[in-house]
Design a protein around this ligand. Sequence first.
Ligand code: TXA
Ligand code: MG
Length: 310
Amino acid sequence: MRISIAQASSLLNEGQVVALPTETVYGLAASLQDPQAIAHIFTLKGRPSNNPLIVHLADASSLQEYVTVMPPGAEALMEAFWPGPLTLVLSVQADRVPALARAGLPTAAFRLPRHPLTRAVLEVSGPLVMPSANLSGRPSATRPEHVEEDFGTHFPVLDGGSCQKGLESTIVIFRHERWEIVRLGALDAESLAAVLGYRPGVAENQKGVQPVCPGQLYRHYAPRAKLQIAQPIPADATGVVLGFSERSYPVRTTLWPLGSLSDPETVGERLYVLLRKLDEEKIASAWVDGDMPAGGLWETIRERLQKAAI
Ligand code: TXA
Ligand code: MG
């Protein structure tokens, strides 16, 4: 069910969960101050309770109401990239962010989305928690139809069209005196480096150690179709190849173009659309051309494809 900004705000106010567009992916929103609605998000998504949610704010200045310390560089990152696809993990005052939303951690993740419709809702409703609007494990929703695929056509969705980025926000945390990327995303490491003056490392989850980003432990972004990443695609391959428009592929395959090797933004925008299309068309298995450039958004695209193929 498509809803207006006013309907979204009043449903949130009544304690309901609604889907909202952001520039990255659609989110399932609940009011930050409504633990019951937050609990409902976990149930709807089938999300493990130890996987915390991102708090979405209407303005950067309200961050001060939640956090205990602002690490060096935080202001510069916010200044450069908010509103936009960057999420900061910060230490919070325990009584300001419901424990359920942060999965009991002493930190919470914060972001200021850019999409005008959702900003309008945030202005009225106040801070919202929003995980991606997909069933846990499925590719994120980047179009209103994707939300309806996962939650049914009666589910309330504020229709903001196709998401501009099509990939989730980049998540960073300040540890050991440096900012580190805990989830690659729509903002690339090079852009962060330009502001920080150094290139942030990418934190790996280590066995036996408390994960820095719990969500990275779970199977993710995956269609039902079995994906096989190959480089190159074997000459006797058949079926669908998710590949690049300037390449040719084995004769018995069908190319579903991810886009051009010179345009990672378009590839990012199409990625989940194509992964979901595999399921819509009931395709059981497909190939992915794993030979793509290094650096920039390609690192995020490669990571998402690897996770989708596990
Ligand atoms: O682009 C996005 O970030 C989208 C849109 C809707 O804003 N949201 C999104 O949320 O991707 P979700 O729930 O699908 O992913 C949030 C990730 C999870 O991997 C979670 O573990 C991590 O953020 N996270 C949340 N709070 C955290 C914290 N305090 N410390 C470390 N990781 C955290
Ligand atoms: Mg997600």
